[in-house]
Design a protein around this ligand. Structure first.
Ligand SMILES: NC(=O)C1=CN([C@@H]2O[C@H](COP(=O)(O)OP(=O)(O)OC[C@H]3O[C@@H](n4cnc5c(N)ncnc54)[C@H](O)[C@@H]3O)[C@@H](O)[C@H]2O)C=CC1
Ligand SMILES: O=C(CO)COP(=O)(O)O
Length: 361
């Protein structure tokens, strides 16, 4: 990358979180009096042209004027040219196909930041694993040196935490976590998104941060069902707490760290998503309890609720590594229509009694 160009961040995906996060990065640049460029890319040319002229993302945040230093484009080549940090705000199941298009256009030293909270159907891979696989595949295809190929791992980072986009877009204060293989890379990413209403922490537990973020969506779906059934706070607190227990079991089995699960990407995000009517996963659960069929959810909501597709993949991964995840299994049964929402509580409460500290089941 030429040193004469200003630093540049590209945010790919102009949905709810991509737009809100691009605003965070643009505001962070202003606060730091940096000449860093921030570009938001979306796949729909008309929508991006309208955003460029009005500075408003009408379908998602019709009342929010986006910052003057945020650029908009539907031309991915233009977005990625000179970008030293590339943020991926594309839903989990679409990420691989999109990244295969983006990969040849990336700057060779670009750091990637994954915002998605899901597991890939079919492969069962976490998003950081999908990104590494695609980027390395692209480098192998062009016969890149081995150290360049293995170096990809250190350029892939994850950002997760209690980050409801609808709160962040109106600048309500929050925190988040950036995870990378090295603290140095995590700090580099944290430095471009530290705004006066957004405080990113850093750690090196990519597995824990990703598992916390994606499993809490499944738990939020279950809490949403409680909400829809008008169960009270005892029920919801029980699902959240036991949900964190099974999330922790899975994270540890995969190599994640215990302390991550009581941090922002574990407990923090779980509390935010399970408690908030703004959460799409929580909303999806409530709608199921109100009688909407699982295959109608996406149409009714018109926004991504990752747990609908990730829940069966989480359950499969847990079975593969020998971890019991009863709440996740029960949610999958509701999504498959093997049991009804009414049968969810009896199915969970009727299991054999056990010690609370039993880490196996
Ligand atoms: N909205 C939120 O509050 C937060 C969302 N996330 C995660 O961020 C990810 C993205 O979610 P949202 O932005 O909320 O979803 P969204 O449903 O608001 O937007 C998704 C965007 O991706 C675009 N898209 C869909 N398929 C695409 C494809 N094949 N290629 C390019 N673009 C495509 C859509 O056009 C849309 O603009 C999800 O994994 C979600 O779990 C994480 C934290 C907060
Ligand atoms: O991940 C989120 C908050 O941290 C957003 O949750 P939803 O995808 O359920 O809206």
């Amino acid at each position: 990358m030429s040193t004469s160009l200003p630093p540049k961040v590209a945010v790919l995906g102009a949905g709810s979180w991509g737009t809100a996060f691009a605003k965070v990065v643009a505001d962070a640049a202003t606060a730091a009096e940096s000449n860093r460029r921030v570009v938001l890319w979306g796949r729909k040319p008309d929508a991006m042209a309208q955003m460029a002229s009005t500075r408003i993302n009408e379908p998602y945040f019709p009342r929010v004027k986006l910052p003057d230093n945020l650029e908009f484009t539907s031309d991915v080549e233009q977005a990625l040219h000179g970008a030293h940090i590339v943020v991926l705000a594309i839903p989990a199941q679409a990420l691989r196909a999109q990244l295969e298009v983006f990969a040849p256009l990336l700057e060779p030293d670009a750091v990637l930041v994954s915002l998605a909270k899901g597991l890939e159907m079919g492969s069962g891979l976490r998003m950081s694993e999908v990104i590494i696989e695609v980027l390395q595949g692209n480098l192998v295809a062009i016969d890149a040196p081995l150290e360049t190929i293995s170096g990809v791992t250190d350029r892939v980072t994850v950002l997760s935490g209690p980050n409801l986009a609808k709160e962040i877009i109106v600048e309500q204060p929050t925190t988040s976590v950036v995870a990378a293989t090295t603290l140095e890379t995590a700090q580099k990413v944290a430095s471009i998104c530290a705004a006066n209403y957004f405080r990113p922490y850093t750690n090196t537990d990519i597995i824990g941060v990703e598992i916390g973020g994606l499993v809490k969506n499944v738990i939020a779906l279950c809490v949403g069902m409680c909400e829809g059934k008008q169960y009270g706070d005892n029920s919801k607190a029980s699902v959240m707490t036991r949900g964190l227990a099974e999330t922790t079991r899975l994270a540890l089995a995969l190599g994640g760290k215990l302390e991550t699960m009581s941090g922002l990407a574990g407990m923090g995000d779980l509390i935010a998503t399970c408690s908030s009517p703004l959460s799409r996963n929580h909303t999806a659960g409530r709608l199921l309890a109100e009688g909407i069929e699982p295959d109608q959810l996406h149409t009714v909501m018109s926004q991504t609720a990752e747990s609908i597709k990730s829940a069966p993949v989480v359950a499969e991964l847990a079975r593969k590594v020998g971890v019991a995840m009863p709440i996740t299994e029960a949610v999958v049964e509701v999504l498959n229509r093997t049991i009804s929402v009414e049968q969810l509580a009896p199915a969970l409460l009727g299991r054999a009694l056990k010690s609370e500290s039993d880490h196996i089941s």
